[in-house]
Design a protein around this ligand. Sequence first.
Ligand code: G1P
Length: 290
Amino acid sequence: MAVRVRKAVFPVGGLGTRFLPATKALPKEMLPLVDKPLIHYAVEEARAAGIEEFIFVTGRGKSAIEDHFDHSHELEELLERRGSWEQLNSLRDWLPPPGKVAYTRQQEPLGLGHAVWCARHLIGDEPFAVLLADDVFLAPTPCLKQMVDAYPGKGGMVAVEPVDSAHISSYGVIDVKRKNGESVFEVRGLVEKPLPKDAPSNLAVVGRYILTPIVFDYLNRQERGKGGEIQLTDALSWMAGKAPFYGIQINGKRFDCGNKSGYLQANIAFALEREDLRDELAAYLRTVKL
Ligand code: G1P
């Protein structure tokens, strides 16, 4: 029987310095994309892929995330008194079930590999997903669902997309054995943020991973990589040499909400998808002189 991916890790400890001052007192994962925080999209995507347990690796100043995924009794009572049932349901129907959310803290900013390692005891012995809230997708099938559907039940998998050489050094890049047109392919190794001339391909990792606990064997060593951080990419490259490892090219459009331009583009694209906002926004965009 195929092994199901039931748990997901959300590393949300990062400081979000690119969005200062907006992120001085607000976690960057709580920045709104139209009317839902970025982290909300990642959790919805995980649920759509069948994830049942949600593990947040947080840090100082991130308690707004915990409040977001909890009941707000005052607000719910107020809406109940007013009879605003639709609004009330819109606050309640996406909350993770009681006891299915866990928070652990990354006590030092030592990198993404370290953040995932902090969740090791909550993972146990089963495959798990990792979702970075900065990467948001508009896709016919949610990104993680595409991965889970293609996951063969063992080994690792990363979502990738082609990136121009000018931007490749912002990503983890895969070294790949790919026959023409395959959407799932074997990965031989990965390099974190290579110079364009050293990039093993043009396929960049876009913030979605399915991993097995074997990755902790590497992360336990706490080896520092690029920028002096414990890099998840290095652990994955090691893993690709030990276990089957796959890349999957995602069908859909990704937005990098970790930078201002990507974030603004995502807001426009997601708003244009909404019936209640589309016409007015489109009318405004047609008047903008460039
Ligand atoms: C992280 C990872 C990188 C990956 C990227 C996707 O980088 O280290 O390998 O390609 O996320 O968004 P960051 O964006 O945190 O610099």
